[in-house]
Design a protein around this ligand. Structure first.
Ligand SMILES: Nc1ncnc2c1ncn2[C@@H]1O[C@H](COP(=O)(O)OP(=O)(O)OP(=O)(O)O)[C@@H](O)[C@H]1O
Ligand SMILES: [Mg+2]
Length: 381
């Protein structure tokens, strides 16, 4: 017999013997491997079980395995349920907190397997437990780090966009102010410079107002007036105001108003802000030659405002997040059209605060878009 075959034969004999098998299981330290009798009482114990759970074999053998479960799991009858499932389905796997002897918790992966004899009767259960506390802590730390770095990236992006958006009108304002100060402009050029200065001041103001609104919303400090508001006249005014911008880019605005005495309880300036937001988006995202249709009417107990356009439309994956802060469509459109992606977030918050709702409908890119806002009609006073 060569040395090799001698070793192989010895090894086989060891594994064939019950002692070999017992030694294998008893000495594993990485896993708790032990047996329960058919009633769930601990019947054997290995080195890993001692290491993970803290009991010596003589302290735990004969005790019920529910000892390892935390109070909330006991209250939910989890131990009995686990044995039940193992009995019915052959095995059960669970991940959760378990108790050590000293009462400390560890995050465990547990597999309970039913042990049946040749006749199919349950003889007991094999229980295998891994301590995943460190792994879980590591994963949680990684998750937190990933979230933090994503948040910090978003902040960086946001700062870049805000600075750019504020810089753009400021450049124009500076340029026009310099020209006006030089004083050698024709009357016509002077008028144009003033108009452009004014437009860009308004734009700058709006961006800062939006930022302030978002910060008020986030900190819960957005206060609303409550008075009876004639939404239809406010829509008419807002439409008049957007006409110039629409005409400048050759976008036609059509109107369909159904007269109504209905009033909405709320803040007139804020309601107007919502409407202005929807209108400015419609004009902004509709190329030259397109149309924007505004319809306002009463439907049952609500005022319905619809702003539809024949513009760039909204991709279906954007429809779900459109009303979230800082959400904008693809970056090429954003670069062209500017904005911070705040308008709709503010509009939704304001609408909700008025007890209303707002939704976006679009067949997809290039298909135009419709925004519908509903506001509850106030009771007659
Ligand atoms: N009428 C519309 N047609 C197509 N896309 C639209 C329309 N209205 C809004 N969107 C899309 O929704 C995004 C979010 O709109 P929102 O009004 O919140 O931001 P914004 O107009 O980009 O910037 P801001 O309103 O802060 O100036 C837009 O960037 C655009 O991609
Ligand atoms: Mg907008």
């Amino acid at each position: 017999m060569t040395d090799e075959t001698k070793h192989a034969a010895q090894a086989r004999a060891l594994l064939d013997s019950e002692e070999g098998f017992r030694l294998l299981i008893e000495s594993v330290r990485e896993y708790a491997i032990f047996m329960l009798d058919s009633g769930g009482y601990v019947a054997s114990w290995n080195a890993g079980a001692e290491r993970i759970k803290g009991y010596r074999a003589h302290e735990i053998i004969g005790r019920h395995f529910s000892t390892f479960y935390a109070a909330e799991d006991l209250a939910a009858a989890k131990p009995a349920r686990h044995l039940e499932i193992a009995r019915e389905q052959g095995r059960v796997e669970d991940e959760g907190w378990r108790l050590r002897k000293d009462g400390g918790r560890f995050w465990a992966n547990v597999v309970i397997t039913a042990l049946r004899d040749a006749q199919g009767n349950i003889r007991g259960f094999a229980k295998l437990t891994r301590d995943l506390t460190d792994q879980r802590a590591r994963e949680e730390a990684e998750g937190r780090a990933a979230l933090a770095s994503e948040a910090s990236r978003l902040k960086d992006d946001f700062l870049a966009i805000v600075s750019h958006e504020l810089r753009t009108p400021l450049n124009v304002i500076q340029g026009q102010a310099t020209r006006l100060r030089a004083g050698n402009l024709s009357h016509e050029d002077q008028e144009r410079a003033w108009a452009s200065l004014h437009r860009n001041l308004q734009l700058q103001t709006r961006i800062i107002e939006d930022l302030l609104d978002v910060s008020r919303i986030v900190s819960g400090k957005l206060a609303l007036r409550r008075e009876r508001v004639d939404v239809l006249s406010l829509v008419k005014e807002a439409v008049d105001e957007v006409q110039t911008a629409a005409a400048a880019k050759d976008v036609t605005v059509t109107k369909e108003y159904e007269p109504t005495d209905a009033r909405v309880m709320g803040d007139p300036l804020r309601l107007r802000q919502i409407v202005a937001n929807l209108l400015s988006n419609a004009v902004k995202f509709t190329p030259s030659g397109g149309r924007v249709a505004v319809a306002c009417r009463r439907v049952n107990d609500e005022i319905l405002l619809q702003v539809s356009d024949t513009g760039v439309g909204i991709a279906s994956e954007l429809l779900g997040t459109l009303f979230e802060r800082f959400t904008q469509g693809d970056s090429s459109v954003r670069r062209e059209s500017g904005g911070l992606g705040l308008g709709l977030a503010i509009a939704r918050e304001l609408t909700t605060r008025h007890g209303g709702s707002i939704e976006a409908i679009s067949g997809g890119k290039g298909q135009g878009a419709t925004f519908a806002m509903r506001l509850p009609i106030a009771a007659e006073s």
